[in-house]
Design a protein around this ligand. Sequence first.
Ligand SMILES: [Zn+2]
Length: 132
Amino acid sequence: MTEISDWRYRIERYRLIGVRCRRCGSVYYPKRSKCIKCGSSDLEEVELPKRGRVVEYTIVRLLPDRYNRFHPYAVALIELDDGTRIYGQLTDVDLDKIHEGMEVEATLRKLYEYGESGQIVYGIKFRPVLSR
Ligand SMILES: [Zn+2]
């Protein structure tokens, strides 16, 4: 992804906008132009709920250079409150305490910096929902 498109999609990422297939109802995040299940390209944008639960997760330890400062980190398959399943990086969490069924919510976080321009790119990560 180029720097310009990163900037263009920044707000969209924060709002967790996906698409729903008008023919079969499948939901995708990130957005795509064609439905994997039925092949239709009649997709409409939908705003997805920001809360969900960890279905399964994995700890990532080998990463490209620009991510090194964050590693290791956890990537989880998350089932959102509407049943949509998406992959997301977990943040603000002790890697030893992640568990299936853990409640998480979307939050805007720094993803990485471009070395030369210093531009900072933000995107969605998921953090544990703290009991109040
Ligand atoms: Zn479809």
